[in-house]
Design a protein around this ligand. Structure first.
Ligand code: KG4
Ligand code: ZN
Length: 334
């Protein structure tokens, strides 16, 4: 079965052609990062307009690169939740038009469930059930994934998502958007032991996350205890500060993920989402999992960030489970 996967939930327009849920024939992403960077975050109106500008050309390019004509597709998968509503509607309307015109089945895909699945695409050794950490700009969730289409939530953030914390701390430190890669780069020259950020503690579920305290600690450091002081022109401590923040955020993610795997008796861990690009997270989780007799798997960086391959991949399994949608399918922000 060959599926086209369309993704437009946030600030990346993406289209991919995937055979049988795994073989990626093409996967293209048009990033809007440069358009949003001057505003320090995603501007929803700019995002939807930009999706409209590029989506048709991008889909055509993905089909051409895969050597597949639209009429040869078996189905069309599209992210219909959660995300920015105007952005979602661009992808969804395009998918519906294609499904209607070419008489193809349509399948709506949950963006976060697709991030869980993204780790499976290139890692055939990763077998269900496994513990999944989805760590992105909008989500920081732990799941027990029991099949491509089934999972149970084990923990989630009680405030900011991890990627959101990277983005906000970068903004506080005057580093460019998106913050994750900026912080990772600045931290390369730093000593993570120079500053002490306390490891977040969350009341209630020990597998839940919290990142807002780390963000506040960074703010106090730069602007004083009332958070109102002017930042210095240049921060001589920037490498150490970013390294310490990154180390603490990564430690928090690693500890809860390993605890989740222990509790569930899982020996394999899959990580997905934009923050899974972070090299320090990859190293620390891989090392700690090995110490505990477990294995951690990551997608390649292109499949960590938002992409159409994970949408087509999960769409294939949803269709096989009999879950296609009608042309009445709605988009949902949550
Ligand atoms: O999955 P994604 O592309 O979009 C969402 O669904 O949110 O993730 C984007 C997030 C941003 O917050 C970005 O700062 C973060 O992933 N990110 C990183 C790195 N690369 C991207 N965070 C930490 N280290 C990185 N290298
Ligand atoms: Zn995402």
């Amino acid at each position: 079965m060959i599926l086209l996967g369309i993704e437009s939930s946030c600030d990346e327009t993406a289209a991919a052609v995937v055979r049988d849920g795994r073989e990626v024939l093409s996967s293209l992403v048009s990033s809007q990062v440069a358009l949003h960077a001057p505003y320090g975050g995603v501007v929803p109106e700019i995002a939807s307009r930009s999706h409209l500008d590029v989506i048709h050309g991008l889909i055509q390019e993905a089909l051409d690169k895969a050597g597949v004509r639209a009429g040869e597709l078996d189905a069309i998968a599209v992210t219909n939740r959660p995300g920015l509503i105007g952005s979602l509607l661009v992808g969804l309307s395009t998918a519906k038009a294609l499904a209607f015109f070419y008489c193809k089945p349509l399948v709506g895909v949950h963006h976060v469930e697709a991030h869980i699945y993204s780790t499976v695409i290139e890692n055939p050794q990763l077998r269900y059930p496994f513990v999944s950490l989805v760590v992105s700009g909008g989500h920081t969730n732990l799941y027990l994934a029991t099949s491509p289409t089934e999972h149970r939530i084990l923990g989630q953030t009680v405030d900011d998502a991890a990627g959101e914390a990277f983005d906000k701390v970068a903004a506080i430190l005057g580093l460019p958007y998106p913050g994750g890669p900026s912080i990772e780069k600045a931290a390369k020259q730093g000593d993570p032991k120079k500053f002490r950020f306390s490891l977040p503690k969350v009341k209630g579920n020990p597998l839940d996350f919290s990142f807002s305290g780390l963000k506040t600690a960074a703010l106090y450091h730069v602007r004083g205890q009332d958070g109102r002081g002017k930042p210095e022109e240049s921060l001589p401590d920037l490498p150490h500060l970013t390294a310490s923040f990154q180390e603490t955020a990564v430690e928090h993610l690693v500890r809860n993920t390993l605890e989740a795997a222990r509790r569930e008796g899982a020996s394999q861990i899959g990580v997905g989402g934009g923050v899974a690009c972070n090299q320090r997270l990859r190293e620390r989780l891989t090392a700690e999992a090995a110490k505990a007799g477990m294995e951690a798997f990551f997608p390649s960086k292109a499949l960590c960030l938002d992409n159409g391959a994970m949408i087509a991949g999960l769409g294939y399994h949803l269709l096989r489970a009999g879950r296609s949608d009608s042309l009445d399918l709605d988009a949902s922000a949550r």
